[in-house]
Design a protein around this ligand. Structure first.
Ligand code: SF4
Ligand code: SF4
Length: 171
């Protein structure tokens, strides 16, 4: 099928050792009654579950618009931690890394992972039990099998015309 790279999206992550995203001190269940547009920066960042799925390259059928997920990961994704290796300065290396905001969620829904917390909250749904904001630990996203840990190949090892050989179902 005629394909073209679909955008990669960036997960809000930092460099802390344990949970890379500070989630302490946030009001329990805030995402259930706070509109995305009214969340503080910390509340917004803490929504990210750290799955890393938005950092996988996608293929988009130019005729149907259908998007296929591949296991070919952005060059900055750390496959073990599912974190961006250079989050703060990532645009120096990956200029098209998308900055998701409440206003841009609708235009990205066609490729955002089904379990992405930004999608879920945008659609008025609750987070899954394995989300770190509910479980209290970032490890549950990996234990639940919904992250990309151990699943990826780096994009510098796979030519773009071979990405089709690496299409996967969303974990
Ligand atoms: S630069 Fe790559 S690894 Fe980093 S957040 Fe963006 S898509 Fe993910
Ligand atoms: S898919 Fe959504 S929840 Fe998962 S890492 Fe990306 S932004 Fe975060």
């Amino acid at each position: 099928m005629p394909t073209a790279p679909a955008p990669a999206r960036c997960s809000p992550m930092s460099d802390a050792d344990d949970d890379p995203i500070p989630r302490d001190g946030l009001r329990e269940g805030y995402w259930r009654d706070t509109p995305l547009t009214r969340m503080s920066a910390r509340e917004w960042e803490a929504l990210c579950d750290g799955c890393g799925k938005c950092c996988l390259n996608k293929l988009e059928d130019e005729e149907s618009g259908e998007v296929a997920l591949t296991r070919v990961a952005c060059r900055l994704l750390d496959d073990a931690s599912c974190r961006c290796a250079q989050y703060e300065i990532r645009h120096h290396f990956v200029p098209d890394c998308i900055r998701l905001t409440p206003a841009t969620i609708p235009e990205h829904l066609y490729w955002l992972p089904q379990t992405c917390a930004y999608r879920l909250v945008h659609e008025g749904r609750d987070l899954f039990h394995w989300h770190p904001l509910i479980s209290g630990t970032p490890e549950t996203v990996h234990a639940a099998g919904v992250s990309v840990r151990g699943l990826t190949v780096p994009e510098f090892e796979v030519a773009e015309d071979e990405w089709e050989d690496h299409i996967i179902e969303e974990p």
